[in-house]
Write a protein that binds this ligand. Sequence first.
Ligand SMILES: C[S@@+](CC[C@H](N)C(=O)[O-])C[C@H]1O[C@@H](n2cnc3c(N)ncnc32)[C@H](O)[C@@H]1O
Length: 302
Amino acid sequence: MRSVKSPVKEWRTAAACLAVVIVIVVQALGLRAGWPQEPAEPRIDEEIAKQEKIYQRRGADVPSGYITNRGLSDYAELLPTGFCDALGRLGNSDRWLDIGAGAAQAILDYYAPEGDAASAEKCARPGARARAVAISIEDRRTDKWRQQAASLGDDRIRYLSGKSLRHYSVEELGKFQIITDVFGGFTYTADLSRFVDKVLRLLEVGGTFYTLLPGVHLEGGDKLGTWYLTELENAAGRPEKVCSWLKKTACAKVTCESKSDWKRPTELIKVEKVCSDVSVPRMKLLEFVSGYPPDRRFQLEQ
Ligand SMILES: C[S@@+](CC[C@H](N)C(=O)[O-])C[C@H]1O[C@@H](n2cnc3c(N)ncnc32)[C@H](O)[C@@H]1O
């Protein structure tokens, strides 16, 4: 006897088959797109813990790509046009903060005695030097730093370590005419908008933040086949450039110099604080993969 299937039963079977197909396709796409196979938050926490370990590596254990001793001439080459002249214009009562200073070689060069080999590049006018503060999560002070700090006395150069920028208050650090960041917190932080907000709060009105960001979508357009390190997206999930995001900040004048021919497309960024009511559009962290530097993906909040 021929069995007769009811239309309802047939529809249910077809729906069940379709559901199985959808699950298989979604899983396959998920694997191909490299989507997280576990919830994002614990994975991010694990990666941030791995990042902390990178900071603490010492001696032969320090990865060769994690450079901590760039001098002032490197800073002059890597930072936006005008950094050296601006540092040279600072007087004895002005202040310079270097975030993510590593061994603080740039500050040592700045304070090198006249006639020292490093002094040719020290971006300072004869006699005048700003007070300088170096911040690093891990303590990478050298004997040379200790000797120089002791001989200068009077708190001309300070080295702070043991925590990241976000854990210092403005009252604790005071305010600065110039803030620099060369492959420091701006490249490494897991909270980019909060980082920039703190930097701007630490600047005097009229002060300037000089930094750079490697492996980003450039203001002037991208090269094909680029491996990005820091990716931003708007609230709708469309790509957002770091410079267009920063330019939405209240009380900040942002200038970008795109370096498309560097090993990684890099944006040299200058942010001038033009009034006191700073407000940085918030971004949330979507992905973080530890490294030197880490891979990060952020999304603008509404
Ligand atoms: C690759 S080293 C760069 C050192 C130095 N600027 C140079 O170019 O030689 C990274 C530095 O950034 C620091 N760093 C990373 N994230 C930071 C944060 N959120 N606040 C303060 N320092 C940070 C690290 O502790 C380290 O001193």
